[in-house]
Design a binder for this molecule. Sequence first.
Ligand SMILES: Cc1cc2nc3c(=O)[nH]c(=O)nc-3n(C[C@H](O)[C@H](O)[C@H](O)COP(=O)(O)OP(=O)(O)OC[C@H]3O[C@@H](n4cnc5c(N)ncnc54)[C@H](O)[C@@H]3O)c2cc1C
Length: 394
Amino acid sequence: MFMTFTGSENGEQVRREALAFIEDYLKPLEREHGITHESEVPMDLLRQIWKDSREAGLYGAQLPEKLGGRGLTIYDQCLLKEDIVSAGAVLGGHVLGELGGPPRVGHLFQFASEAQLESHFLPVIRAERTCCFALTEPNAGSDASRLATQAVKDGDDYILNGHKRYISGAPYSDFAILMAVTDPDAGAKGVTAFLVDFSMPGVSLNSDYLPISGQRSHADIILENVRVPASHVVGGLGRGFLLGMSRINVNRLLHCPTMLGLARQALMEAATYASGREQFGTPIASFQAIQHMLADMATELHAARSMMLDVASRLDRSEDTREASAMCKLFASERAFQIADRALQIHGGVGLMKGSKVEFIFRALRMFRIVTGTSEIQRNTIAKGMLKELTGKQ
Ligand SMILES: Cc1cc2nc3c(=O)[nH]c(=O)nc-3n(C[C@H](O)[C@H](O)[C@H](O)COP(=O)(O)OP(=O)(O)OC[C@H]3O[C@@H](n4cnc5c(N)ncnc54)[C@H](O)[C@@H]3O)c2cc1C
């Protein structure tokens, strides 16, 4: 097919295994338990899926082999993630551990001490523990320099107070990698990353909101005089921002296959529906207006995927992709949402009804224009880099 891209031999093998896992194991399990996109899935069942995926060699497949992964390139990871999402399983994200598993700790492995690897990081890889990444606060969203969560030294410990907002995976997690201010006068160099166990006294979760996706996979983390040992500092004092920024280009890119997987599903749904739905005595797919919408959707999906894979190749060659990753996140999120909008239009009234596949995809894709850096913030990054390159000025 004109839109098909192929990865390395290793990557293609993992793609085949993942699709088989979804069709033979995950989808039947979802049917058996009656799970929909908005179900609250019992933790026992999720733990079982993580373990089974781990045994199948898929959970954490993106990690290097020395950490028990399959050593996938970023290019391979993009293809794999898009395949998994477009396969349409409700719990597809859990196959690679997207919510609480290895992708949440990502590259932070390399900054962890031996003791932290044993107590926190390796158990995440083995699907024994789960974690989330907590930066955002009520008054620090796009502007992360406004963090107010404080960590004050007290003997061998730090006392943490603060409030983290909208943290993905928090309801499933055993601990957070959490950013707090250790030196209020040092700006970005005064922020430190801590491992905060949710079993510690003073930690509580609050999720009395529901995003438009209808999925309860996010929560606020409230810290009230939480005593955290200094040994839980990750990567050294004052290096929290550095840790976060060191992987931002890869993280931004790795959200794109999720958006494009959903967009691919929307396109397939729309094409199928248009071929079957008859009006004026003929399938609506025979109308040029509908054909042109489908053509635009396919073209935009192809463009976004080509862009994503170009940036992935650059990252695999260790090139600096700061602006290119921001462009990709911007373009993929905006185009994917527009693809979903057209898919809904093609479905007519049926598409507007709660429970239809395209209305869920539409709601889910709307979120990506805001989360992990809004479209405006991506444009700021692109413009700043471009102007600097073209004019030599900041
Ligand atoms: C479902 C969900 C999951 C999330 N998961 C996590 C997570 O796991 N961990 C985590 O740390 N955070 C998480 N977040 C937080 C997320 O990253 C922020 O919501 C996002 O960065 C935007 O911040 P904000 O909501 O405070 O919006 P604001 O920063 O208040 O922005 C409001 C509007 O102003 C615009 N704006 C702000 N500054 C500028 C500027 N300089 N130029 C132009 N426009 C600007 C924005 O683009 C936006 O349109 C999550 C959020 C949601 C909703």
